[in-house]
Write a protein that binds this ligand. Structure first.
Ligand SMILES: [Zn+2]
Length: 115
């Protein structure tokens, strides 16, 4: 499962951050997932507690922000937010578009419990 290895990678990063700050544990984490990132939100939420088990992130509250797909049209220069399965300009319908957003998969913020 793709999301489990992503969650494990993320938990490793959290662990490093927590150790660097001498934190007792990770309290809360906000993760940004773009709708074109290939990461399934539900699968990721499901996988996170398994990846976090036995680490400083074990009882961390996971919050997810989803970012829409954004494309810029090379024909009419419009910006639009199409469905990830159909990358067309929302203005003129052209498929000559450049992907501007939606591939994100990153940690936006981490709250640590520090003694
Ligand atoms: Zn267009």
């Amino acid at each position: 499962m793709h999301e489990l290895s992503l969650a494990q990678g993320l938990v490793e990063q959290l662990e490093k951050a927590a150790v660097a700050e001498n934190a007792l544990r990770v309290e809360r984490i906000i993760v940004v997932i773009g709708k074109y990132s290939g990461v399934e939100r539900d699968a990721f939420e499901f996988a996170f507690p398994f990846a976090a088990e036995g680490t400083l992130s074990e009882r961390a509250k996971l919050e997810i922000e989803e970012l829409p797909v954004q494309v810029e049209c090379r024909q009419c220069a419009a910006l639009s937010n199409p469905e990830p399965t159909l990358l067309l300009c929302g203005q003129c319908g052209s498929n000559d578009v450049e992907l501007k957003g939606g591939r994100e998969f990153l940690i936006r913020s981490v709250e640590l419990e520090v003694p």
